[in-house]
Design a protein around this ligand. Structure first.
Ligand code: NAP
Length: 427
C-alpha cells in the first residue's frame, strides 16, 4: 500500500467530496484557458473544448454528492438464512489504479475515471496519450490545487512502452484503458498475467438506424452532429448509417447536403464546426480506409480525399454502395467519414449493425413500438439510444461488449469497478 493511498483511503467521503467540489470550482473558473490547451493540443473546435471542460465539473460534483450512497454498506435482509445475526457487503477501494487514456477527450476521459476513483478512496496514476501532455499536467495540478493529498492523483509523462513496467509493479492494483483495440489487448494481457483488475473502453463503429416512422429531419440533423462532433474522432460517434429503403433516398440527400455545408477550418475560430484531425497518422489511416472502399467500387456522395493545404484536415465525407470485403465496413473510421447502408427490413438492419466486431453503443430512430422493442432486444451493444444520439451522462453506465471492451464507467457501476466488495458475516 503506498503512503498516498493510505492517506486517501482513510479520509471521509465528506473530505474527499470537498476536494472534488473544489476541483470542479477551479476547472469551471479556468474554463477558457483550459479549453485553449485542449484545442491547441488536439484540434477540437473551441466551443466543444469548453463544453468538455464544463462537463468535467459536472461529473466531479455528481460523484462528490453520490459516492457515499453508491458505496454504502448493503445488509442482507434475512441474515438468519446464512446463520448470522448480521451479514452484508461493503465496498472498499482497491489501491493505486493506473489510467491509460486517449487524446480525443483529453479532460473528460480522465476525469470520468478520476472522479469516481478518488471518491472511492483509490489513488490514480495517469499515463495520458503522448500528444496531450499539457492537458495531462493540467489535471495533475488541478487535483493538487483542489486539496487532495500529495500523490492522490499523479501524471506520469511516459510512453506506451513503459506501461508494462508500471502495471507489473505490485503497488499498482488495477488498470483502466480507454483507447484502441491494439492497446487494449496489450494492456489486458499484462493485467491478466498479473491477475489485476482491468476495465477496457475501446473502439466502436456504432450503428445509427433510421426507420420509416422516424422524424427524418431531426434524424438527419442529429446524424450530422453524431458523425462530426470532435472532428469525427469519438468512440460513440454514429459511424454507420443504416437506413430503411423507404426513406433511404431522402435521408441520403438531406444528410449529404448538411455534411457538405459544415464549416471546416481553424478550431480556435468559434465559427468552425470541423477542425483538423489530431494526428497525421490518424488522417492517413482514415484516407486508407476510404481509398480501399473507392478502389472496390464504393460510391462517394461527397468529398472523400485529403484536401490541399496545411493542417491535418479530412473533410466530412459520405460513402455508399459498400460491400463485404471493404475495410470500411468492418473497421472503425476515426474521422468525419459516414457510411450509408440500405436495409429492406429491420432484420436486415440488425444484421448489418451486428456484423462488426465492435459493440459499444447504437442509436435507433423510430416511433413504432414494435421496431423499438425489436432493436433493443437484438442489437449486440452496451447501449441503445432511441430517437437521440449516444451521449455519456454521469448518471448512466457507459461501456461496450465484444471488441469494444469490458467493464463500465459512470453511474454506480463505474465507481464500483475499482472497489473490493467485502462480505461481512457476523455470528
Ligand atoms: P491509442 O493509440 O490506443 O492510445 C490510447 C492510449 O493508450 C494512449 O495513452 C497511448 O499512449 C496508449 N497506448 C497505445 N498503445 C499502447 C500499448 N501497446 N500499451 C500500452 N499503452 C498503449 O488510441 P487513440 O488513437 O489515442 O484513441 C483512439 C481510440 O480510442 C479509438 O479506437 C476510439 O474509439 C477509442 N476510444 C474509446 C473510448 C471508449 O470509451 N470506448 C473513448 C475514446 C476513445 P501513446 O499516446 O503514448 O501511444
Amino acid at each position: 500500500m503506498t503512503s498516498a493511498y493510505r492517506a486517501l483511503r482513510f479520509t471521509s467521503f465528506a473530505e474527499r467530496g470537498a476536494w472534488m467540489r473544489a476541483a470542479a470550482d477551479l476547472i469551471e473558473t479556468e474554463v477558457d484557458e483550459v479549453a485553449q490547451i485542449v484545442t491547441l493540443e488536439m484540434g477540437k473546435p473551441i466551443g466543444q473544448a469548453k463544453s468538455e471542460t464544463l462537463k468535467c465539473a459536472r461529473i466531479m460534483r455528481f460523484y462528490a454528492s453520490n459516492a457515499e450512497g453508491f458505496l454504502a454498506y448493503e445488509p442482507l435482509d434475512d441474515p438468519s438464512s446464512v446463520n448470522a445475526s448480521r451479514a452484508g457487503t461493503r465496498y472498499e477501494p482497491l489501491g493505486v489504479v493506473l489510467a491509460v487514456m486517449p487524446w480525443n477527450y483529453p479532460l473528460w476521459q480522465v476525469v470520468r475515471f478520476a472522479a469516481p476513483a478518488l471518491m472511492a478512496g483509490n489513488t490514480g496514476l495517469l499515463k495520458h496519450a503522448s500528444n496531450v501532455p499539457q492537458s495531462a499536467l493540467y489535471l495533475d495540478s488541478l487535483f493538487k490545487r483542489a486539496g487532495f493529498p500529495a500523490g492522490a492523483f499523479q501524471t506520469l509523462l511516459i510512453g506506451s512502452a513503459q506501461v508494462e513496467a508500471v502495471l507489473n509493479d505490485e503497488r499498482v492494483r488495477a488498470v483502466t484503458l480507454t483507447g484502441s483495440e491494439a492497446a487494449g489487448r496489450s494492456v489486458a494481457s499484462i493485467a491478466g498475467h498479473n491477475i489485476k483488475k482491468a476495465v477496457l473502453e475501446l473502439g466502436g463503429s456504432d450503428p445509427f438506424i433510421i426507420m420509416p416512422t422516424a422524424n427524418l429531419e431531426k434524424a438527419v440533423t442529429t446524424a450530422v452532429t453524431a458523425r462530426t462532433q470532435n472532428n469525427g474522432q469519438s468512440c460513440i460517434a454514429g459511424k454507420r448509417f443504416i437506413i430503411h429503403a423507404d426513406v433511404y433516398d431522402q435521408f441520403a440527400r438531406l444528410f449529404t447536403q448538411k455534411m457538405e455545408a459544415l464549416v471546416l477550418g481553424d478550431p480556435s475560430d468559434l465559427a468552425t464546426q470541423v477542425g483538423p484531425l489530431a494526428t497525421e497518422s490518424g488522417r492517413s489511416d482514415l484516407a486508407e480506409l476510404v481509398n480501399d472502399a473507392k478502389l472496390q467500387g464504393a460510391t462517394i456522395l461527397t468529398r472523400g480525399s485529403i484536401p490541399d493545404g496545411p493542417g491535418w484536415f479530412y473533410p466530412p465525407t459520405v460513402i455508399t454502395d459498400l460491400h463485404d470485403g471493404m475495410r470500411l465496413v468492418l473497421e472503425e473510421a476515426f474521422g468525419p467519414v459516414a457510411t450509408l447502408y440500405r436495409a429492406e427490413s429491420r432484420e436486415e438492419a440488425v444484421r448489418i449493425a451486428n456484423q462488426t466486431t465492435f459493440g459499444l453503443s447504437s442509436s435507433i430512430w423510430t416511433t413504432d413500438q414494435g421496431d423499438e422493442d425489436y432493436f433493443v432486444d437484438t442489437l449486440d451493444v452496451g447501449a441503445v439510444f432511441i430517437n437521440g444520439m449516444t451521449v455519456s451522462y454521469p448518471e448512466l453506465p457507459f461501456g461496450g461488449i465484444k471488441d469494444s471492451g469490458y467493464g463500465r464507467e459512470l453511474a454506480a457501476a463505474g465507481i464500483r469497478e475499482f472497489c473490493n466488495l467485502k462480505t461481512i458475516w457476523n455470528a
